[in-house]
Ligand binder design. Structure first.
Ligand code: CTP
Length: 152
């Protein structure tokens, strides 16, 4: 597929945020589809934000999750989602054309989760797109699988 270009002729800038703990094939599929659209920046949730949001820290530290994402061929850049529940400062620093997220968010309030509303996106000419979620694998699912194996 030919590369999609922004108005100025440069590659589209794709922003995607998440935790990416226990990096798995669902993450890879999402990032590959992002890379088909343009240059991919991942805004990575910090350990502090995850601990507050999920009530427990991630299995892998920020640095460990960062190292893996930086080694992924579908990722061009990783930045910390430093303002936590308010993703707007991280988004402003990237100035993306597109924000991409898996369809597991399509029926939840992703706008509220990210701390923006549709007007804020429209003012910046940012499109929000949903990428098909990979069934059958997630960080939560891997933790459950691991617990099951340890019981054997
Ligand atoms: N994602 C996906 N398919 C999966 C798992 C995740 O497309 N099977 C996408 C999510 O929609 C999100 C990104 O990967 O856009 C990062 O998701 P994250 O929450 O970090 O991963 P999960 O595996 O869903 O973690 P958890 O089980 O803790 O929710």
């Amino acid at each position: 597929m030919g590369e999609l270009l922004a108005t100025g002729g440069e590659a589209l800038r794709i922003y995607t945020g998440g935790t990416f703990d226990l990096f798995h094939s669902g993450h890879v599929n999402l990032l590959r589809k992002c890379a088909e659209l343009g240059r991919v920046t991942v805004a990575l949730n910090t350990d502090e934000f995850i601990a507050g949001y999920k009530g427990r820290p991630p299995v892998c530290s920020f640095q460990e999750r960062l190292d893996v994402l930086q080694a992924c061929v579908w990722v061009d850049e990783v930045i910390p989602n430093y303002a936590g529940a308010d993703s707007r400062p991280a988004i402003e620093s990237v100035q993306p054309n597109i924000i991409a997220i898996g369809t597991d968010w399509a029926r939840r309030d992703y706008h509220a989760q990210m701390g923006f509303d549709q007007d804020w996106l429209d003012e910046r000419d940012i499109s929000l797109i949903y990428i098909p979620y990979t069934a059958g694998i997630s960080t939560t699912n891997l933790k459950a699988r691991s617990a099951d194996r340890n019981r054997l």
